[in-house]
Design a protein around this ligand. Structure first.
Ligand code: XLS
Ligand code: NI
Ligand code: NI
Length: 446
C-alpha cells in the first residue's frame, strides 16, 4: 500500500504511518494489539478483520449537535463544494493509508455534493467517482460498500420507498441508480440499504402494509438494476429499530430476514449488523450476529458501541473486548467474512478536537477487535466452551431424542414418554461457569 499523501497536500500533518508497537508501547499513535501481518488460524489479522473507515463520520461529522454548532475544523473545507469534495477525497485517502485500513465506505452525499437537479447530482457523483477510482488505484484501498443518503434531504422526511408520495420515491430511485453506477466503477464488495426514514411516526396516518409492499418492490428493482449493470457483490440491509423514525421497518435482524424471505430477496441480500442498533433493539450485538449466521445471512458489520446509560445511537468507537470477543466467536463460526468486513460506523466525540483524535479512535477500535479475534480464536481452538454447549443437547444425539429430530414422533407418542419416564433430572445451565471460563481466556491462559 502506497502512502497517498506523498507529493500531495498533507492534511494530517505531523502524523506518519501508524505502526504496530506491541502492548508495552506508550505511543498513542501506534497499534498495541493489531498486528496486521500476524497469522491467526491460517489468515492474517488484516484478512480476518477487513477494517473499513466510514467517510461520513470521519470526514463529514463536524461536531454539530442539537445544542451547538461545529467544533471540528476541516482543513480540506472549501467555499466551492466540488473543490471541497476533491480535497476531502485526498484527505480521506491520506487517512486510510496512514492508518493502514484496506477498505472504506461512503454515502453518495458524503463524497459528492447534491446538485440542483437530478442530472447535476449525477454529474457530481460521476466526477467524484472518477477521483475515488484514481485514489483507489494509487493506494490499493478498496470500497467495502457504498450507499445513498436518503434521509438528510427534507424531501425524504416521510421516507423514500415507503413515502406515501410516489414522486418522492422516484428521487430515491435516482439516487440508488447513481450510487450503484458508482459502485460498479469502484468495484464495491457490497451495497448497503440502511432504512433511513423508512418507518413511521404514527399509525394514524400510515398504511403499513402498502408501505412495506412498496419497499419490497423498490429493493427488487434496485437488485435487478445492480445485477444488470454487473454488480456482483452482496446487497445489505442494515437493521435499526428506531431513530430517526419512531418505528423503523428494518427493526432487527429477525425482522429483516423474515422480510427478505417473504419477498424473495434472500439470495441477493444479507444483513449489515451494527452493534449500537442491535442494543437499541434490546438485543446484544452477538444476538443479532447469531440470528444472521443461523440464517446464512450475515454479510457485514458496522463496528461501534452505544453508551449503556443512553438510549440512542451514540456511535462510539468499540472499546469493550468482551463484546468483540463474543462477536468474533460468531463471525469465526461462519468461516469469517466473504464480501463484508468491520466498518467503523463510529464518530469521535464533539469535544475530541485534536487532529490526532480520529487516529487514536480508530487505533483503539482496531486494537479492540484484534484482541477479540485472538481470544475468540483461542476459544475455538480449544473447543471447551463449544463442547459444553453441544453437550447440553446430547439427549437429542441418539435414541428417542434423535428420533424426534428426525420427525419420527407424534404428539401423543411424546405424551406417553413423559408419562412413562416421570420427572426429568434438573440440568444446570452453568451460566456462571461459562462466564468464568471466558475470563480465563481473556486474562489467564496463553
Ligand atoms: C445510521 C446508520 C448509517 C448507515 C449507513 O444509524 O448506521 O450510518 O450505516 O447509512
Ligand atoms: Ni451503520
Ligand atoms: Ni447507526
Amino acid at each position: 500500500m502506497k502512502d497517498y499523501f506523498v507529493g500531495n497536500a498533507e492534511y494530517f500533518k505531523g502524523i506518519g504511518k501508524i505502526k504496530f508497537e506491541g502492548s508495552g508501547s506508550d505511543n498513542p499513535l501506534a497499534f498495541k494489539f493489531y498486528d496486521e501481518k500476524k497469522i491467526i488460524d491460517g489468515k492474517s489479522m488484516k484478512e480476518h478483520l477487513r477494517f473499513a473507515v466510514a467517510y461520513w463520520h470521519s470526514f463529514c461529522n463536524d461536531g454539530v449537535d442539537p445544542f451547538g454548532s461545529a467544533t471540528h475544523v476541516f482543513p480540506w473545507a472549501d467555499k466551492d463544494h466540488m473543490t471541497g469534495a476533491i480535497k476531502k477525497a485526498d484527505a480521506a485517502f491520506e487517512f486510510f493509508t496512514k492508518l493502514g485500513v484496506p477498505y472504506y465506505c461512503f454515502h453518495d452525499r458524503d463524497a459528492s455534493p447534491e446538485g440542483n437537479t437530478v442530472l447535476e447530482s449525477e454529474k457530481n457523483l460521476e466526477k467524484i467517482t472518477g477521483i475515488l477510482k484514481d485514489r483507489q488505484d494509487e493506494t490499493g484501498v478498496k470500497l467495502l460498500w457504498n450507499t445513498a443518503n436518503m434521509f438528510s434531504h427534507p424531501r425524504y422526511m416521510n421516507g423514500v420507498a415507503t413515502n406515501p408520495d410516489f414522486s418522492v420515491l422516484t428521487h430515491g430511485a435516482a439516487q440508488v441508480k447513481a450510487a450503484l453506477d458508482s459502485n460498479v466503477i469502484l468495484g464495491g464488495q457490497g451495497y448497503t440499504f440502511w432504512g433511513g426514514r423508512e418507518g413511521y411516526m404514527t399509525l394514524f396516518n400510515t398504511d403499513m402494509k402498502r408501505e412495506l409492499d412498496h419497499l419490497a418492490s423498490f429493493l427488487t428493482l434496485s437488485r435487478d438494476y445492480g445485477r444488470k449493470i454487473g454488480f456482483k457483490g452482496t446487497f445489505y440491509i442494515e437493521p435499526k429499530p428506531m431513530e430517526p423514525s419512531k418505528h423503523q421497518y428494518d427493526y432487527d435482524a429477525g425482522t429483516v430476514i423474515a422480510f427478505l424471505k417473504a419477498n424473495g430477496l434472500d439470495k441477493d441480500f444479507k444483513c449489515n449488523i451494527e452493534a449500537n442498533h442491535a442494543t437499541l433493539a434490546g438485543h446484544s450485538f452477538e444476538h443479532d450476529l447469531q440470528v444472521c449466521v443461523d440464517a446464512g445471512m450475515l454479510g457485514s458489520v458496522d463496528a461501534n458501541i452505544g453508551d449503556t446509560q443512553n438510549g440512542w445511537d451514540t456511535d462510539q468507537f468499540p472499546t469493550n473486548v468482551y463484546d468483540t470477543a463474543r462477536a468474533m466467536q460468531v463471525i469465526l463460526s461462519m468461516g469469517g467474512f466473504s464480501t463484508g468486513g468491520l466498518n467503523f460506523d463510529a464518530r469521535i466525540r464533539r469535544n475530541s478536537t485534536d487532529q490526532d483524535d480520529l487516529f487514536i479512535a480508530h487505533i483503539g477500535g482496531m486494537d479492540t477487535f484484534a484482541l477479540g479475534l485472538e481470544i475468540a480464536s483461542k476459544i475455538r481452538e480449544e473447543g471447551k466452551l463449544d463442547k459444553m454447549r453441544t453437550d447440553r443437547y446430547s439427549s437429542y444425539d441418539s435414541g428417542l431424542g434423535s428420533d424426534f429430530e428426525k420427525g419420527k414422533f407424534t404428539l401423543e407418542g411424546l405424551r406417553d414418554l413423559a408419562a412413562k419416564r416421570g420427572e426429568p433430572d434438573a440440568n444446570s445451565g452453568k451460566q456462571e461457569l461459562y462466564e468464568n471460563i471466558l475470563n480465563q481466556y481473556m486474562f489467564g491462559k496463553n
